[in-house]
Design a protein around this ligand. Structure first.
Ligand SMILES: [Zn+2]
Ligand SMILES: [Zn+2]
Length: 313
């Protein structure tokens, strides 16, 4: 619906094709471009999506109960040790909204920290590379990840909910279990929607002032680009605050070229479902045996990928 509206307003502009270039298109081609939805990358997304959906509930439940509960009790114990018992504030709508806002910010920070580390540490980049091996973006690309990456992010989410929950349990007098469950449900939906929206191929820009606060979809298109100036930018999930604070924010120009994937040098090593599933193990093996994999396999963003992409630009 939103996309149809934007198509009318923008006269068919804003839709990108499989090479990441924007071009005017008729309505059907705008909403569901054939070159994107028949691309092998989009088909692999579907398989990885099914795989991810099957495993996610297991990881999420186990980690919320272990990591989440542990973080919450640690935060409460820490605050009580340093500052005594909490102020036992009355609950009200204002506090609940604040609790939600803090949950969002803590989650976004944890997401940022994990994502940043994955981009900078070669041994972790090979896992995250599966997400970046997408050559086209579709709403399902959000779920395109290696099966080892699911538990990492689920642990991060549980940690974030635990930290925020611990803080507000300490601050507020009443039991906040309901509010916590509401937050988890609400933010899971929000992150799901936001995540799919920013993997849609249409370049939705926000005004620059808003992009400094919230990540627009086109900013995530940039994150997926293999052009060197786009590497390791826009790493948070929802807000732009953490990227701004740590200097990784990149707001693209209108019609900026964002070719997706790993780049022509190594893309064909991470194309099929099987390659994406076994790829990290192969890369680890190559790293352990000390082979000169750098020329054939891009490692983390930043320095290690330089030689691969310098030719590309
Ligand atoms: Zn990334
Ligand atoms: Zn992505």
């Amino acid at each position: 619906m939103i996309a149809i509206g934007i198509w009318f307003i923008r006269g068919g502009r804003g839709s990108k094709n499989a090479s990441g270039r924007e071009r005017p298109a008729d309505l059907l081609d705008y909403l569901l471009p054939r070159d994107i939805y028949t691309h092998i990358s989009a088909r692999v997304d579907i398989t990885l999506y099914v795989f991810e959906r099957l495993l996610r509930p297991l990881w999420a439940a186990a980690l919320i109960l272990s990591v989440g509960t542990f973080a919450e009790t640690q935060v409460i114990a820490g605050l009580s040790a340093v500052m005594g018992s909490g102020p036992a504030l009355d609950t009200g709508l204002g506090w609940m909204l604040l609790y939600s806002l803090v949950t969002l910010l803590v989650y976004d920070f944890v997401f940022y920290a994990i994502h940043y580390t994955e981009h900078k540490v070669p041994a972790l980049w090979v896992i995250h590379k599966v997400h970046h091996s997408a050559e086209v973006l579709t709403p399902l690309t959000r779920y395109r990840e290696h099966f080892l990456e699911g538990p990492i992010y689920a642990a991060g989410a549980a940690l974030a909910y635990g930290i925020a929950g611990g803080l507000f349990s300490w601050l507020i007098e009443a039991d906040i279990t309901q509010a916590t469950l509401f937050n988890i449900g609400f933010f899971s939906l929000l992150f799901g929607f936001n995540g799919s929206f920013r993997h849609y191929h249409v370049a939705f820009h926000y005004p620059v002032w808003l992009s400094k606060w919230l990540q627009s979809p086109v900013m995530h298109h940039t994150h997926h680009s293999y052009r060197e100036k786009h590497w390791d930018t826009n790493l948070a999930a929802v807000t732009s605050l953490w990227d701004r604070l740590f200097g990784t924010l990149y707001i693209p120009e209108k019609d900026e070229y964002t070719p997706w994937g790993l780049g022509p040098e190594t893309q064909d090593q991470y194309r099929s479902f099987w390659q994406n599933t076994t790829g990290p193990f192969k890369d680890w093996f190559a790293m352990l045996t000390g082979g000169s994999m750098r020329t054939s396999n891009p490692l983390a963003g930043g320095a290690a990928r330089t030689d691969v992409n310098s030719r590309e630009r």
